[in-house]
Structures are given as structure tokens and as C-alpha cells.
Design a protein around this ligand. Structure first.
Ligand code: ATP
Ligand code: MG
Length: 808
């Protein structure tokens, strides 16, 4: 006699259960990390389908990454079977691409539009800045790009911005010109940048209410994960979709922040039935955790969550408190750190699973030592039965991955870098994709300009400008001008080169986009791409090259063809346009590759929403986490703390926090300070294998550290971090003398002796070892080492910059 979704509720706690079965116009689920928000959202979808309250096509679920979308779809399909096909589970960007594909013709685009990633739009802005000589006004391409992006996330365009800008300031006027140029160029190229995908969809819905109504009727249930990271444009999109049918027009002129007001005439008050009558607003479920908001720099607005109840009067709010992911020690550390943020509702994560293992802390001498420690621990865990794929290493900045990669390769630890592989940002991949764009979207002149002389065909800037001029005078596109090579007024050799390129593009078009009525075969993209790269001579040029790197480039291009084949298998009806969109939407947090059997390496931002048995957070140092650039930003350090909190709460059973005393970055070696976040963690939660205190004050371990070069260690990977534990005698009275020798604490700061000038013959005093005489100084800069003979007898090597010494 049970409900058809009874089994979906099994094992859920009462609050989770309520979140799954509640029916009403608006539901907000707020909860800390790991409390089952995403799981509940997934089950809620399954429940709606299982009870036949919704067809799959009536569901729109938004996740933060494509990977998360894929996982959610899989979970729902597991719960309800294949009938779940037809649901839209996607990121904001993918959902908007689908909508724009259908509707672009409403407002001056065609459905074959291209999507400009950040590199593409940077290239365009660079050109515009140059054309207008805007650098004279202090404008850089990067600066202009980020300002435009911020404005677009606020749904401002060049005109609306101009209305409230200080137009008597020439630099401001110039910026407005650039913004306008940029938008016109995008339109001319039939292209949207990433921010436009959302912003233009909102514009579409506001300007064409009948179009919006189609989607309002269609999506009866809208569910959004990670709501704390929505920006204003995304917020507005959700609000457009959850208006009652036929009321879209109201919002159009209003601009600014839109307030949702249920229309009494539709009779869909709160607390009513399922609220899914045809013209009633869609039901909206959002889940989020304001402690995990980490995208303020991209315009995410925590207020979207805190003001939800105001925006949706009568909304049901469910709080989840129990954490099912991590053991209590990990949660206690997370609680302690995040409680240092002001302006938050105090919530404490708790687990029924008991304290679990202590957190492990480690300080390496250099980032290589740190990486070696991570690799050794990874191997130890592996021997203890933890799968590589259940381990992850996080860092704040992409450049930190290099040392880890080096050591992992040497230690034969299989790893995958998640996100940031930047495969699609490689020049050769961009070239190959530009060939495809030239076919798919002939209006995209930038793509054509990119490939017109790749491989070299002797077509230089002068010819390119001749083509552009001809196109302009004839009122045709750049692409069409290529087809008229004889009319361009260029020499016969040049004419032949242009005609040949035109022919290659035409032949590829015939394969990939056959005349109307015909359907391209699934393999068309791969075939067309192969044809383009072969007949254009692109692959041959790489093959014949003597540049060793070109071999790798050739492999990459081949890999792209393999991706196209894979695409054909998964999307038998997918066109070249779909393929390009999929590639463009591979957000940096996504990875097409499967990470099974390897350790995952990623930035803390990418780690959002994921979980692993063992997590290593590396580089837990001031200037990295919190990052240096956050120091000057209002709310910056608080956002960094949330980022750290996100990292900590990814761990199920084991958490490692590590740092390095010295770090080489951008060709400089600098001395690092332990992150303030380490000090916010109660000392009794952390087991310091090697603490900054040890390294700082104990000559013995320090000299070992200095002697131990990565890769030169004997004993098959046994490193100094673990060796210290075995070699050093245990403290005689550990409880009473914990102060300096076996510190379960972190010094407020690592000592920074700046550039203390020491030379042989100088006398120094060491906090622990007393006075001594400098025998010699070796090394350079921050790595200068003093060899000191202490009066008490010992000879020690000390890193001058950080050793607790004074010159006497
Ligand atoms: P985050 O804030 O990191 O996104 P979340 O709130 O979305 O976390 P989930 O990822 O849904 O949390 O769940 C965390 C873990 O807890 C998952 O492994 C999930 O399977 C498990 N879990 C959730 N609810 C329960 C439950 N009632 N019983 C057992 N395990 C649960
Ligand atoms: Mg989640």
C-alpha cells in the first residue's frame, strides 16, 4: 500500500525525507557540506517521475558542472530507469545554449552561432583595444574583458552602462565604445560569449514573452544545485522561468533586481496543491550552502540564497544538519575554521560516525618535499587498500600542480588533472576547431582569419585586408569573398591558394552540412575534420616539421578527431554545430577523461561538490590560501576561508594538510608562512608529522631536510618526513614537554630573517642551541644556509631566512 516512491525514502533522515516529498511552489534546502543536498535533489527528481507528477520533459535541473550533471542524470536513471531520458539536467550554460539554438533567429542570430570562450573573446577585445588605441587610456584587454564580464553578469549592456557612467571621463567613454564595439562584433560573427549565453537568454525571455511562455509551460519543475554560486544573470533567468505563464512582459522594462510576485489571478498560492497546473508558475527547488560560496569574483551573490524567502513568499525551508560524508574530526576542523567568518548563520556539522582519524599535518622544506610526502602517503594508503581513485590532491592555484606531477611521475603514482588540462586551449586544437567553425558558422570571421594562413600558404596580412575590403564593398561575408578569389585583385599564386582553401571548406561543408533535407551521417564531423586537416595540409605540415613539439601537436590533433568519433557514438544525430557547442562548454571544472584508477589533482574551486576517502590540501600557506590577491578585496579573506572549508569538507576519512617552507613560484623562491587557517583548527585535531615548529627549531631534522633532495633518497621512497618519526627518540615526557620539541601547534609565524647578512666567522645565537660560530655560508637568496658550529659541540646547517637565530 506504499507510495510508488517509498523506496526512494529509505535511509533518509526526517528532514531529507521532507525535502523529497514536499510539494509546493518553492522549496529552499539550506545545509552544510555533505548533508545530502545533492542526494536529496536527485531523489526529489526521481520521486516526481516515479509518482508520475511530472514527465521527464517537464524537469529542468541545473548543476554547476557538466560532470555533476552527468552524475545526477545517471543517478536518476538508476532510480527510475531509462524513462528519465528527456530531462534537462545540465549547467546554466548548456541549458541556455539549447534554448538559444532554438530561438536565436528571433533576435538576429542563426542557430549555427559559435560560442566564444574566454580566449576567443580576449583575442577579439585585444584587436578592438588596438584599433581604438585604447591603451592610451589605460585600458588593457584583460581589464576590459573582466569589466565587460562583470557588467554582463549584472545584465548591463553598453547602453545601460553608458547611462549611469561618468561620460565626461575620457577613459570611461572609451570603455563604453569598446563594450559597444565588442557586442557588435559578436553579433556580426553570429557568436555569443559565455556571459551572453545566460544574459541573452534572459533578454530573449524579457523581450519576447511568448517565447518565454513556451519554456514556462514546458518546465514545471525547476531544481538548482549550488544555488549559493548563482550570479545575478542566472538568478534572473530562474525568475523568468518561474513566472506565471502570460506575465512575462512585466519584468521587461523594470531592469535591476527583479522581485518575484505570485500572480493571485492564477490561483497558485503557497501551500496549494502541487502547483503544476498548466498556467501556474513552475515549482522551484534550490539547494545551497552559503558557507560554500566561492565565486563572488565571478559575480555570485550569496544574497540570492539569503533573500530567497523574500523573493518567494511562502517558500518552504528545510534545514539539513547531519553530515554523512566525513568523520567528526574533519567536521570539527571545518566548523572551527568557518566560524571565523562573520555574517553567517552558525551551523555545526556533525556526524554519527565517530571521531575517525586525526588530521595529518606536514611541513616540507620545499614544494618538492611536500609533494614527496603526498606521494609517499598516497602509496601507503594504496597499500592499505584505498583505491587511487578515492584520493584527491587539492591546491589553490594551477601552477602548484607541477611539483606534484613531477614527483608523482617519478613515484609512478597514476594521476589525472581534473579541469585546467586546457586541452582545448592549445593552439593546434584551436586551429582545428577554427576550421570546423569556418564551416559551421561562415559569419565567424575570426575563425577564418585564424586559419587562412595555417598551414602557411603565403597569404599575408595585405591579402587578408584585401579580402576584408572586398567583402565590405560587396556587402558579403569574408567567407563568401574567398569564393571570389579572381575578383580580389591579388596575384595568380595568391588567387590559387585562396581558391584551394575555399574548395576545401566547400567540400567539408558538403560532408558535414549537406543540402537541406539530407541528414549528415553520424561520422560526418570526424570525416569532415579529417578532410579539413588533411586537404588543407595542416597535418602534413606538423608531420614534416623538425620541431620536436610538433609531434605532440599532431597527437593532440588526432586526439581531437578521436573526440569527434566518440561524439558521433554518443550523439548519432549530433551535427558539427552540436559538437562545437559541446567542446566550448567543457568548463574548466570538467574533464572528459575518466579518472578511475588514478589520483585526482585539482584546484580547490574544482573540488566543489565532490568527495573522496582521502584528501590532501597542499600549500596551506599565507599568500596561497588565503591567496595574495584576496587580501585587498573586500570580503576576500572570508571567501578564501569558504574555499578552504570546501576543501576540508570533501574528505570522508582522511585529511592531510601540508605546506612548504620555501616555494619557487614564477622563477622566484620565497619563504612561506603557515596559513592562518591552520591556526584556526584546534591543535588536538591535528597530528603533525613534521610541523613548521620542527623544521624551524630543530637543527637535526633541518639538516636532513637540506640533504634530502627529491629523487636522491635511498630506501625506495622513504622520506625524511616519515624517517624522523622512526629515528628520533620519543620525547621523555611527551605531555609536559610538548612545547617546542614535539609541537602539536604551529608558531604564529615562521621566522623571517629577511636578508640577514651572515658570513664565515660571525657569531650567532640560536633559540634552542645557544651560541655558535658560522663556519660557512652556502646557497643563494632565500635558500642561503649557514653552517654553524655550536659552542655546545654540534655542527648544524640552518636555513638563514627562517632559522630562529640572531647575529651577536
Ligand atoms: P556538498 O555541500 O559538498 O555539495 P551535499 O550536501 O550535496 O554536499 P551529498 O553529496 O548529497 O551532500 O551527500 C554527501 C554524502 O552523504 C554522499 O556520499 C551521500 O551519498 C551521503 N548521504 C546523504 N544522505 C545520506 C543518508 N541519509 N544516509 C546515508 N548516506 C547519506
Ligand atoms: Mg552537493
Amino acid at each position: 500500500d506504499g507510495r510508488p516512491d517509498d523506496d526512494l525514502l529509505a535511509g533518509l533522515n526526517p528532514q531529507q525525507r521532507e525535502a523529497v516529498v514536499y510539494r509546493g511552489p518553492a522549496l529552499l534546502i539550506v545545509a552544510g557540506a555533505g548533508s545530502g543536498k545533492t542526494s536529496v535533489l536527485t531523489r526529489r527528481i526521481a520521486s516526481l517521475l516515479r509518482t508520475k507528477e511530472a514527465w521527464p520533459s517537464q524537469i529542468l535541473a541545473i548543476t554547476f558542472t557538466n560532470k555533476a550533471a552527468g552524475e545526477m542524470r545517471e543517478r536518476v536513471e538508476q532510480l527510475v530507469g531509462d524513462s528519465a531520458r528527456g530531462m534537462w539536467i545540465s549547467t546554466f550554460h548548456s541549458a541556455c545554449v539549447r534554448i538559444l539554438r532554438r530561438e536565436a533567429e528571433q533576435f538576429g542570430f542563426t542557430k549555427s552561432f559559435t560560442i566564444y570562450d574566454s580566449g576567443d573573446s580576449r583575442a577579439l577585445i585585444k584587436r578592438l583595444v588596438k584599433e581604438r588605441e585604447a591603451d592610451a587610456y589605460g585600458h588593457t584587454p584583460a581589464g576590459v574583458q573582466s569589466r565587460i564580464s562583470k557588467l554582463k553578469n549584472e545584465l548591463a549592456d553598453a547602453e545601460s552602462y553608458a547611462r549611469q557612467a561618468n561620460m565626461s571621463d575620457p577613459a570611461e567613454r572609451m570603455f563604453v565604445e569598446l563594450f559597444g564595439d565588442y557586442q557588435r562584433e559578436l553579433q556580426r560573427a553570429n557568436a555569443f560569449d559565455f556571459d551572453d549565453l545566460i544574459g541573452q537568454t534572459v533578454y530573449l525571455f524579457r523581450a519576447f514573452p511568448h517565447v518565454a511562455d513556451v519554456y514556462r509551460r514546458r518546465f514545471r519543475h525547476i531544481l538548482v544545485d549550488e544555488y549559493q554560486d548563482t550570479n545575478h544573470a542566472q538568478y534572473a533567468l530562474i525568475h523568468e522561468l518561474t513566472r506565471p505563464v502570460g506575465t512575462g512582459k512585466q519584468g521587461f522594462e523594470s531592469g535591476g533586481m527583479m522581485i518575484f510576485e505570485p500572480d493571485p489571478s492564477t490561483g497558485s498560492g503557497a501551500g496549494g496543491g502541487s502547483g503544476t497546473g498548466d498556467d501556474a508558475p513552475a515549482s522551484l527547488t534550490v539547494v545551497g550552502d552559503s558557507d560554500q560560496s566561492i565565486y563572488a569574483f565571478r559575480g555570485a551573490d550569496i544574497r540570492n540564497i539569503s533573500e530567497f524567502e523574500k523573493d518567494f513568499p511562502g517558500a518552504k525551508v528545510v534545514l539539513l544538519e547531519q553530515n554523512y560524508r566525513s568523520s567528526q574530526n574533519i567536521l570539527s576542523a571545518a566548523n572551527a575554521v568557518i566560524s571565523n567568518n562573520f555574517d553567517r548563520k552558525d551551523k555545526r556539522l556533525w556526524s554519527a560516525d565517530g571521531p575517525g582519524e586525526k588530521i595529518v599535518g606536514f611541513t616540507g622544506y620545499s614544494q618538492h618535499d611536500e609533494a614527496q610526502f603526498v606521494a609517499d602517503e598516497v602509496n601507503a594508503l594504496r597499500r592499505a587498500g584505498v583505491d587511487y581513485s578515492e584520493m584527491a590532491v587539492f591546491y589553490r592555484t594551477n601552477s602548484q600542480s607541477r611539483a606534484l606531477e613531477e614527483i608523482f611521475m617519478r613515484a609512478a603514482v597514476p594521476y589525472k588533472i581534473m579541469g585546467g588540462t586546457r586541452f582545448y586551449e592549445r593552439a593546434e586544437i584551436k586551429d582545428a576547431l577554427a576550421y570546423l567553425v569556418a564551416v559551421a558558422n561562415p559569419a565567424d570571421e575570426m575563425a577564418l582569419r585564424r586559419i587562412i594562413n595555417k598551414p602557411r600558404r603565403g597569404i599575408g596580412d595585405v591579402t587578408v585586408e584585401a579580402i576584408a575590403r572586398y567583402a565590405q564593398s560587396e556587402g558579403i561575408t569574408f567567407r563568401d569573398a574567398l569564393a571570389n578569389s579572381s575578383a580580389l585583385g591579388v596575384g595568380p599564386k595568391m588567387q590559387a591558394a585562396i581558391a584551394q582553401l575555399d574548395q576545401v571548406l566547400a567540400d567539408a561543408t558538403a560532408i558535414m552540412l549537406p543540402a537541406s533535407g539530407e541528414l549528415a551521417p553520424p561520422t560526418a564531423v570526424a570525416e569532415g575534420l579529417t578532410l579539413l586537416l588533411d586537404r588543407s595540409g595542416y597535418r602534413d605540415a606538423l608531420r614534416m616539421s623538425r620541431d620536436a613539439q610538433d609531434e605532440a601537436r599532431l597527437e593532440n590533433v588526432d586526439e581531437l578527431i578521436a573526440v569527434a568519433r566518440e561524439f558521433a557514438r554518443n550523439n548519432p544525430e549530433g551535427t558539427v554545430i552540436d559538437f562545437l557547442a559541446e567542446v566550448a562548454l567543457v568548463a574548466d571544472s570538467d574533464d572528459l577523461e575518466d579518472a578511475s584508477g588514478s589520483v585526482s589533482l585539482m584546484t580547490l574551486h574544482t573540488a566543489k561538490g565532490l568527495e573522496y576517502d582521502a584528501v590532501f590540501i597542499t600549500g596551506v600557506e599565507e599568500d596561497l590560501i588565503p591567496h595574495r590577491i584576496s587580501a585587498g578585496e573586500p570580503g576576500g579573506p572570508a571567501e578564501e576561508r569558504r574555499l578552504f572549508y570546501v576543501g576540508v569538507t570533501r574528505a570522508r576519512k582522511r585529511l592531510y594538510l601540508s605546506l612548504a617552507m620555501t616555494r619557487a613560484q614564477f622563477g622566484e623562491i620565497s619563504v612561506a608562512m603557515p596559513s592562518r587557517f591552520l591556526q584556526e583548527i584546534p591543535a588536538d585535531l591535528v597530528d603533525w608529522r613534521q610541523s613548521p615548529g620542527d623544521v624551524n627549531s630543530r637543527g637535526g631534522s633541518q639538516s636532513r631536510a637540506l640533504n634530502a633532495r627529491p629523487g636522491s633518497g635511498s630506501g625506495g621512497g622513504q622520506r625524511w618526513g616519515s624517517r624522523i618519526r622512526h629515528d628520533d627518540p620519543p620525547p621523555l615526557a611527551p605531555k609536559s614537554t610538548s612545547l617546542d620539541r614535539f609541537p602539536n601547534r604551529i608558531p604564529a609565524k615562521l621566522r623571517d630573517n629577511g636578508d640577514m647578512q651572515l658570513e664565515a666567522g660571525d657569531r650567532i645565537r640560536h633559540d634552542d642551541f645557544g651560541e655558535g660560530r658560522v663556519d660557512a655560508v652556502t646557497g643563494e637568496g632565500a635558500k642561503r644556509v649557514a653552517h654553524v658550529r655550536f659552542d655546545s659541540g654540534g655542527l648544524k646547517k640552518l636555513l638563514i631566512k627562517v632559522a630562529p637565530i640572531t647575529k651577536i
